[in-house]
Design a protein around this ligand. Structure first.
Ligand code: ADP
Length: 320
């Protein structure tokens, strides 16, 4: 192993830069040449590659986004596009690749591994939707962003004695809603893994109002609703309470990463280089019980993500 490449792919997340920095600096420390592949698999196909030095990753640990840029590449999924990518890897003399991204990007990493290129995945997504790891890079920053929004909305919710629905990201995973809802003391949390009925949410709202509660926050995971506006309307009609809906959107994807995400990204980046040097390939890096670990890509991708039941039940008990 003499030369390794690093790329970020799919949706970006805060902390990707800290992971790139860790890969580049650990790689150079171990005597490797490190190249940065721009715009994910799209840049790989087109040979959009540059040499990385220690200084290339200066001043990025605190920045959201990804200095390598990211992209979604339909071409990479075609036989022709994939062949081009393999040619570029050979022409540039790249011996191993570290892919920072979500489950889609990991499937790309799996294909590269199957083609004989040692490839390691680092989980970079705010969704925390990968079952093999306790946390993905960017999740902690995202839930802190949501928490900030909850606090702001609660102020105005109290003044006007309204209920507020806050729609958060997470695709099919309810972790962003659950974790930020628990931290923010949300009255109801609606997640795709365990759909509570609108009637149940309304019952809680009415009971709260009768107890003199001035505000109510409903955390709604995007995967739990086909149309958030319909849910808002239904709650207003059934509970007879004015409801405002805030869709947080991409605000959750940016921002300076939290200490937790920077540390996670640094540890995972360093670890990914270590295992490449040990001759491993076709692995993904994760964190279990605060220790960094690795697992076969295919095994990791076959695991089904489940919601933390204990935390979900606790959130319900505490929000009564
Ligand atoms: P994320 O990594 O955030 O889940 P995507 O699902 O969009 O994002 O995947 C990012 C990229 O990974 C895709 O644009 C594509 O180039 C590559 N990819 C996704 N699925 C596959 C697959 N089954 N085989 C090969 N490459 C894939």
């Amino acid at each position: 192993m003499k030369k390794i490449g690093v790329l970020t792919s799919g949706g970006d997340s805060p902390g990707m830069n800290a992971a790139i920095r860790a890969v580049v600096r650990s790689g150079i420390y171990h005597g490797l040449k490190v190249v940065g592949i721009k715009r994910g698999y799209e840049g790989l196909i087109h040979g959009d590659i540059e040499d990385m030095k220690i200084s290339s990753v200066a001043d990025i640990i605190h920045r959201g986004g990804t200095m390598l840029r990211t992209a979604r590449s339909e071409d990479f999924k075609t036989e022709e596009g994939f062949k081009k990518a393999i040619n570029v890897i050979n022409v540039f003399g790249i011996d191993g690749i570290i892919v920072i991204g979500g489950d889609g990007s990991f499937r790309g990493a799996q294909s590269l591994s199957q083609a004989g290129i040692p490839t390691i995945g680092i989980p970079g997504t705010i969704d925390n939707d990968l079952a093999y790891t306790d946390y993905t890079i960017g999740f902690d920053t995202a839930i802190n962003t949501v928490l900030h929004a909850i606090s702001n909305i609660r102020d105005t919710s109290t003044s006007h004695e309204r209920a507020n629905i806050i729609e958060v990201m997470g695709r099919h995973c309810g972790d962003i809603a659950l974790f930020s809802g628990l931290a923010g003391g949300a009255e109801s949390i609606m997640i795709p893994e365990d759909l509570v009925s609108v009637d149940e949410v309304c019952k809680k709202l009415i009971q709260g109002k009768n107890r003199g509660k001035l505000h109510s926050i409903i955390l709604l995971a995007e995967g739990a609703a086909e149309n958030s506006y319909d849910i808002k309307k239904e709650i207003e009609e059934k509970a007879g309470i004015e409801v405002r809906l805030t869709i947080l959107g991409h605000i959750q994807r940016g921002g300076s990463p939290t200490a937790f995400d920077r540390i996670l990204a640094s540890r995972m980046g360093g670890y990914a280089v270590d295992i490449l040097l040990q001759g491993k390939g076709s692995r993904v890096v994760g964190m279990k019980a605060n220790e960094i670990c690795d697992m076969d890509i295919s095994e990791a991708l076959s695991m089904k993500k489940e919601i933390h039941k204990g935390m979900y039940e606790l959130a319900q008990i505490l929000s009564r």
